[in-house]
Design a protein around this ligand. Structure first.
Ligand SMILES: *[C@@H]1O[C@H](CO)[C@@H](O)[C@H](O)[C@H]1NC(C)=O
Ligand SMILES: *[C@@H]1O[C@H](CO)[C@@H](O)[C@H](O)[C@H]1NC(C)=O
Ligand SMILES: *[C@@H]1O[C@H](CO)[C@@H](O)[C@H](O)[C@H]1NC(C)=O
Ligand SMILES: *[C@@H]1O[C@H](CO)[C@@H](O)[C@H](O)[C@H]1NC(C)=O
Ligand SMILES: *[C@@H]1O[C@H](CO)[C@@H](O)[C@H](O)[C@H]1NC(C)=O
Ligand SMILES: *[C@@H]1O[C@H](CO)[C@@H](O)[C@H](O)[C@H]1NC(C)=O
Ligand SMILES: *[C@@H]1O[C@H](CO)[C@@H](O)[C@H](O)[C@H]1NC(C)=O
Length: 295
């Protein structure tokens, strides 16, 4: 123990002689990591090349700095002279951080973020290390966090409405970040970007196109997360529509399997009611008229 302390003093003196007792954060290289919202990520940090070290007098701070959001860093974790101090942890990091306790004595100060959240985007997590009371805090690791989120498997619907021989196909998905890149293919042929209309906001993407598609042909919508380089896709096969399209509506007007079903159901109910009425009043039912009032 005594020799260890002696060596430590020599080490500290050497450090101060070298003028690096207080290493400025700017001198530490920043490690960039992209984490996925909802998943866990390890922010690696280790010193001493796996050699056992005495942590009895050591203080270590993990703190997150999101310069765009706040000027002061937030405490993510505190290890103080052999114990974890949870009460000093900022609410932002509560219940979602952990250390590898078994590996602390060999200088592995990696922090695990158990659940990555959107607020972690553009946060720099720094690890500040104080060997003992006599030495100052030294920044030993800097990790820049960017976040991404997976897009859900898209939902593709082929509308039953035809305009000038073209059918509207719609693809929708949500939950991803950053912006998606949507592409389509029909009969194994990839469509040009100018054939597609894609709109998106912070939470969802909607892409549509008008195509000449006939029964049995397959349409695929592919949604790429450019950060993860991950594509989620859905393919649907045109089944053809029971009720032939009447070409009654400009491109972009609402319509589809849903509204056709509703019209059919309304018409059916009214037809049954009308049949019952016919028996008593001998009045006839006009389905087309009912359909108009049913919409
Ligand atoms: C993280 O985001 C910043 C700002 O948008 C960007 O400059 C940087 O390249 C990103 N880093 C990674 C690893 O994607
Ligand atoms: C963390 O968990 C505790 C106990 O389950 C709970 O009381 C506290 O509200 C949680 N904190 C946050 C920020 O979710
Ligand atoms: C630190 O510990 C974590 C968890 O066991 C591990 O993934 C990581 O590789 C370790 N780092 C080093 C440098 O050993
Ligand atoms: C759609 O394709 C069929 C054959 O695949 C063709 O006969 C028809 O003229 C096309 N319609 C339009 C509007 O391009
Ligand atoms: C689609 O194209 C790929 C390569 O261009 C080919 O290997 C595959 O067999 C094609 N699939 C169909 C259904 O034509
Ligand atoms: C994004 O678009 C979807 C569908 O177009 C809509 O339901 C949602 O309210 C929009 N969200 C925001 C934040 O604008
Ligand atoms: C479409 O998704 C399936 C899994 O659902 C995947 O195996 C396939 O590679 C994807 N195709 C493309 C073109 O991304």
């Amino acid at each position: 123990m005594d020799t260890e302390m002696a060596w430590l003093r020599v080490f500290i003196v050497l450090l101060s002689l070298l003028g690096c007792q207080r290493t400025r954060a700017a001198e530490i290289p920043v490690n960039s990591i992209t984490a996925t919202i909802g998943e866990s990520v390890i922010l690696p940090c280790s010193i001493g090349h796996g050699k056992p070290m005495d942590l009895s007098g050591t203080r270590i701070y993990w703190q997150g700095n999101n310069k765009a959001r706040e000027s002061e860093p937030k405490v993510a974790y505190v290890y103080n002279k052999g114990a974890v101090e949870m009460d000093r942890q900022n609410r932002l990091y509560q219940n979602r951080t952990s250390l590898f306790m078994d590996e602390l004595p060999i200088g592995n100060f990696s922090l695990k973020l158990i659940t990555v959240i959107a607020e972690d985007h553009h946060t720099e997590v720094d690890v500040l290390f104080q060997k003992n009371f006599e030495s100052g805090f030294v920044t030993i690791c800097r990790t820049a966090l960017n976040v991404t989120a997976r897009w859900q498997k898209p939902e593709v619907t082929i509308s039953c409405m035809e305009v000038a021989g073209l059918t509207k196909v719609l693809c929708r998905t949500q939950g991803g970040f950053p912006e998606a890149i949507v592409s389509w293919s029909i009969k194994n042929h990839t469509l040009r970007p100018d054939e597609i209309k894609t709109t998106q906001n912070s939470t969802s993407v909607q892409s549509s196109l008008w195509v000449n598609i006939s029964k049995g042909q397959m349409v695929t919508c592919m949604v790429l997360n450019p950060t993860l380089q991950e594509t989620v896709n859905t393919s649907v096969t045109a089944t053809g529509c029971e009720v032939p399209g009447e070409g009654d509506g400009p491109p972009g007007s609402p319509g589809g399997i849903g509204s056709v079903a509703v019209v059919a159901a309304v018409c059916g109910v009214i037809a049954v009611a009308a049949l019952l009425l016919i028996n008593k009043t001998k009045r006839s039912c006009s389905c087309r008229q009912s359909q108009t009032t049913g919409i």
